[in-house]
Write a new protein. Structure first.
Length: 82
């Protein structure tokens, strides 16, 4: 989780995340990157346009939390409600 003031940065992926990606991408764990770029909310707020995609029924709760509930650190996109 990131603070609202966080900027984009390189972050280390958790082992569990890498295992899930290995399975999803059907590649050996050794081929899954150990680091990733995470977009900070502060960086996104500086953008003139932001496109957020929610794909599939499994994301409907996340969409509801981001658009219809109060701002929540567990759903960073919800900060754009302001």
């Amino acid at each position: 989780m990131s603070a609202i003031s966080a900027e984009s940065r390189i972050t280390k992926l958790a082992y569990d995340t890498r295992v899930q990606l290995s399975s999803r991408w059907n590649i050996p764990l050794a081929e899954v990157p150990e680091r990733a770029l995470t977009m900070g909310i502060s960086t996104l707020f500086q953008s003139s346009n932001v496109l957020v995609l929610f794909t599939g029924v499994s994301r409907s709760r996340a969409l509801e939390m981001c658009l219809e509930k109060s701002v929540n650190h567990m759903f960073p996109v919800s900060a754009f409600q302001k």
